[in-house]
Design a protein around this ligand. Structure first.
Ligand SMILES: NC(=O)c1ccc[n+]([C@@H]2O[C@H](COP(=O)([O-])OP(=O)(O)OC[C@H]3O[C@@H](n4cnc5c(N)ncnc54)[C@H](OP(=O)(O)O)[C@@H]3O)[C@@H](O)[C@H]2O)c1
Length: 249
C-alpha cells in the first residue's frame, strides 16, 4: 500500500548528518508536517532546529541504549513514518585482528538496534493507522566487500530482519521499505576510502520516499545500487517478495 509523505509525521534516526540529514530535508520538501530528529547528541540538531523551527523536534536516541529507543517511542506517539537510518561501519576483513569485536559492535547497532526500533515503534505505527517503516540496508547486504566484511555481514543480517518485518508488519498495514545504497558522500564513505566514487545523499532520501509512495519494498538509490537492483530484480520478485511458504505442505 503506497504511503504519502505529505502531512505525515516522520522520525529519522541519525538525523543530524549524512544520509539522515538529507532525509529530513526531503521529508519537509515533500510536505511532512513534523520530523522527529532522533540523535545521540541533542546539540547536534541545532542547525536543523534553526532551519525548521518547531516542525523539527529533537529526541535523544542511541541504538545501543534500548531504554532510549523505548523512551523515544513513548514521546513520538503521533509518528506515522519511521526511518531507521543510523548505522556504523568498521573497516574489518575476516582476517583482521579485531574482526570479532568490530562485528559485535556493528551487530549491536545495525541489527539489534533495528530489532529494538521495530519492537518499540510497531505499536505506535499501528495505532496511527499503519504508516511506513524504512530500514537503511546497503548493496553490502547482498554482496560482501572483503575489507568491510563484518559490516557487510551485519547489513546482510539487517536485510534479513527487514524481510521478516515486511511480512509481520503487513498484518497491521505498515509498509516496510528496504533501502540499499552504494557509496554515498558522507563521513562514513569518506572514512572507508570510498569518497571518490560516492554519490549525493539526496539520492537516497528521494529513493526512500519514492519507494514509499509507490508501494515498493526495495529502494536502489544510486548508480551502483541500480546496477545491483537490476541484476537482482528477478530473484527479488520471485523469491524475496513472493509468498513462499516456509512449510513443505
Ligand atoms: N554512506 C554510504 O556509502 C552508505 C552506503 C550504504 C548504506 N549506508 C547506510 O546508511 C546509513 C547512514 O549512513 P551515513 O553514510 O549517513 O553515515 P554517517 O555519515 O557515518 O552518519 C551516521 C549516523 O548514525 C548515527 N549513529 C551512529 N551510531 C549510532 C548509535 N549507536 N545510535 C544512534 N545513532 C548512531 C550518527 O550519529 P553521531 O553524529 O552521533 O555519530 C550519524 O548521525 C547507515 O545505516 C549506513 O550503514 C551508507
Amino acid at each position: 500500500m503506497p504511503v504519502s509523505v505529505k502531512d505525515s509525521v516522520v522520525l529519522v534516526t541519525g538525523a543530524n548528518r549524512g544520509i539522515g540529514r538529507a532525509i529530513v530535508d526531503e521529508a519537509f520538501e515533500r510536505g511532512a508536517s513534523k520530523v522527529y530528529a532522533a540523535v545521540r547528541d541533542m546539540d547536534s540538531t541545532n542547525p536543523l532546529k534553526e532551519q525548521y523551527g518547531d516542525k523539527l523536534v529533537a529526541l535523544q536516541l542511541d541504538l545501543l541504549d534500548h531504554n532510549s529507543i523505548r523512551a523515544a517511542a513513548q514521546a513520538a506517539r503521533d509518528v506515522t513514518i519511521v526511518i531507521n537510518n543510523a548505522g556504523v561501519l568498521r573497516t574489518a576483513s575476516p582476517l583482521s585482528e579485531t574482526a570479532i569485536e568490530d562485528m559485535q559492535y556493528e551487530m549491536n547497532v545495525n541489527v539489534y538496534g533495528l530489532i529494538e526500533m521495530a519492537r518499540a515503534f510497531a505499536p505506535v505505527l499501528a495505532s496511527n493507522g499503519g504508516g511506513a517503516f524504512a530500514q537503511l540496508n546497503s548493496v553490502a547486504s547482498l554482496k560482501s566487500f572483503a575489507d568491510f566484511a563484518t559490516y557487510s555481514a551485519s547489513k546482510a543480517a539487517s536485510y534479513s530482519i527487514t524481510q521478516a518485518l515486511r511480512d509481520k508488519l503487513a498484518e497491521q498495514g505498515t509498509e516496510v521499505i528496504s533501502v540499499h545504497p552504494g557509496p554515498i558522500q558522507t563521513d562514513m564513505a569518506q572514512d572507508a576510502g570510498l569518497g571518490d566514487i560516492a554519490e549525493p545523499p539526496g539520492l537516497v532520501a528521494a529513493a526512500i520516499f519514492d519507494a514509499m509512495e509507490n508501494g515498493d519494498f526495495h529502494a536502489w538509490p544510486d548508480s551502483m545500487a541500480k546496477q545491483f537492483g537490476q541484476s537482482y530484480s528477478g530473484f527479488a520478485r520471485e523469491v524475496i517478495e513472493a509468498d513462499v511458504s516456509e512449510s513443505p505442505n
